[in-house]
Design a protein around this ligand. Sequence first.
Ligand SMILES: [Zn+2]
Length: 541
Amino acid sequence: MKYVHYHELLKTMHTKNLLIAAVTGLVMLFLLPACAVNPVSGSREVMLYSPEQEVSMGKKAHPQVLEKFGYYNDPKLQTYISAIGKRLTAHCERQDIPYHFTLIDSPIINAFALPGGYVYVSRGLLAEMNNEAQLAGVMGHELGHVNARHNMKRLQSTVGMNILVAAVGAATGSSLWQNVSGQLMGLISQKYSRSQERQADELGTRYMARAGYDPRQMSVFLQRLRQLHSHEPSALEAIMASHPLTSERVASTSFLAKKLLSHYPQAKTTNQNKYLNTIDGMLFGPGEKAGFVVDKTYTNVFCRLRFSIPEDMKLKSLKNGFVLNNDNSQQQLVFLYRELDHYLPPDALTDAFMEKYTTRLLSEREINIGQRVAMVRKYEVRDKRGRWQRLKITAISRQKFGYLFLALTGQTQKPGYISDNLSLLTRKAAEAIKLPRIGIYQVHKGDTLVMIAERLLDSAANAETLAGYNGLTGKFGLRQPLPVKMKLKIIPAYPKDSRDSSSINRQPSNIIASVLPKTLRSGSLSGVATWKKPALQVKTS
Ligand SMILES: [Zn+2]
């Protein structure tokens, strides 16, 4: 990073006239020094915030990240992640910020960092890895972005430095903070430049080697991700968007590892068994709240229901429900559930959901579904373009859960479309359902990949997948006996469609999508979360 002159800085700022620029310049002169030394490169660059301000930004955004992605509630795994992080940060350039490492409850393969030393990895990422050194590599890469201040630089350029300085300066400047926090969350999926990626790889590989981890595992894992991308692109969408996985990255990290090993010959730690033992039993797939699909049936143990997917329909999971589509999107059914503070009758539930739309109620009637009274209402709803669309809502209330089914009227849905396919589970029945989890298998004498696949993954045909997951492709023949006591990661058989819980149909050109909240349409999870909990009217006598 080169020294940036003040006049160049003004040119790059998002200011529309000189007056604002001049005032901003004055403010900046009083607030902070114009240049800071980059901790990694040692060169000077414009950084208009203090480490304290950066930390306070990360601290404020952290709960929003947990809200969006979920915290994986397993103290053993969280402690493990933090310990690896601590081992790495001992070798980081920046010691002026505290570091935090969090495992998020997301099935998507992802890792990212926020300003202020907040680093996140997903359980979907952990499921793909085979040893601790690979995890250290990815965490090191994120630490590289933090240490070279890549994320702060991106934020400065998108938000504009003046707003950033003001927002972090004002402790409770809520509207300014809203602006910055939106951009901060946006950073998670924003692409780093090629040179930033290269630098983060270099730094990460160096941190891991200094911490004693085998630096070759970095390129091994990058290569694995590249392979995976050709089979399962949707699972890697998130990490690919922010950290492009080029073949150059694999080659250059491999080259760098060789160089590093000559400097740090003791860097041989992989901790394979320790890693596998720690992820043993970790949830796999969408998880409890998102539900899962097996044998054309959607099951959600959290809100306790099952839905049989009709023959001609395809299901996409949402964070709080699902979308059913037929091939040409002529038919669509959206299911959303919400955890409420108190019981709400179905009519109040529907009112709360429709509150933010301009609607005309056409009809309402009560039907029975699973021994419960459901409210069916037909509405005309004004969409974003001002056109009136017809929408049918079926609402069911159940203790502290509200279920809503949204469909277009005029579609040829048979009566009973919902009630015939829906079953409500008792608490006991829901608790008895086992969610898919990662298992660890210890190889016995004479075991081969084919034998293990046959026994634990239903079919010998899964032997190759088993080899891939365990990084054994090309190392052992499928029918070759494996070393005794070797440990293997067993990934439960899982339909790929339901694994991708973060996205819904990418072509939402149909009518129902147009009346749904925008965030839901674009595939973001937050759309469902913005459905406000209705204020409950408590009658007092
Ligand atoms: Zn990166």
